[in-house]
Design a protein around this ligand. Structure first.
Ligand code: FES
Ligand code: FES
Length: 168
């Protein structure tokens, strides 16, 4: 992958992308994903790294895109909500975690769901059979202003079952 002093490349949802060159070098990863790549799955909530609405995976680890400089992911692999189906080999459908959130009717306004789903994917890729305490721990720093935490925990439990069934 080609990298110069002014630009750097990153893989986003399996596709090579060139990060914006200076003077946009100070842009956050969230800004680049939403404004330059039209990937609007990650949401702008607090912009301070405190709510989790902007969560993406960087090399498979959940990260808050609103506080990561875009240049900081040069050479890394970023996955957004849009890239989840392909991540489990289901290019034209939903990732099991997305399906589980629908099945559990875990959304009210839905603003937090990107973060909840991405955190759940990161957890279940590490631990395919988490107990409720592990799920609560994983999601404890992701805020839901609608108070759907109980449904969200049920969704992650169902997602674990679906992922195991799918071998994802
Ligand atoms: Fe990134 Fe709130 S928008 S943590
Ligand atoms: Fe509204 Fe969680 S469903 S913020």
């Amino acid at each position: 992958m080609h990298t110069t002093a002014h630009s750097a490349s990153v893989t986003v949802n399996g596709q090579p992308c060139v990060l914006p060159a200076a003077p946009a070098a100070s842009a956050t990863l969230l800004h680049v994903l939403r404004n330059d790549l039209a990937l609007n799955g990650p949401k702008y909530g607090c912009g301070l790294g405190q709510c989790g609405a902007c969560t993406v995976l960087v090399d498979g680890v959940a990260a808050r895109a609103c506080v990561i400089p875009a240049q900081g992911v040069a050479g890394r692999e970023v996955t957004t909500l849009e890239g989840l189906p392909a991540r489990c080999g289901n290019h034209h459908g939903l990732h099991p975690v997305q399906q589980a959130f629908i099945d559990a009717q875990a959304a009210q306004c839905g603003y937090c769901l990107n973060g909840m789903v991405m955190m759940a994917v990161a957890l279940l890729e590490r631990n395919p059979d988490p107990d409720e305490a592990a799920i609560r721990r994983e999601l404890s720093a992701n805020l839901c202003r609608c108070g759907t935490h109980v449904e969200i925990i049920r969704a992650v439990q169902r997602a674990a079952v679906l992922m195991r069934e799918a071998g994802a």
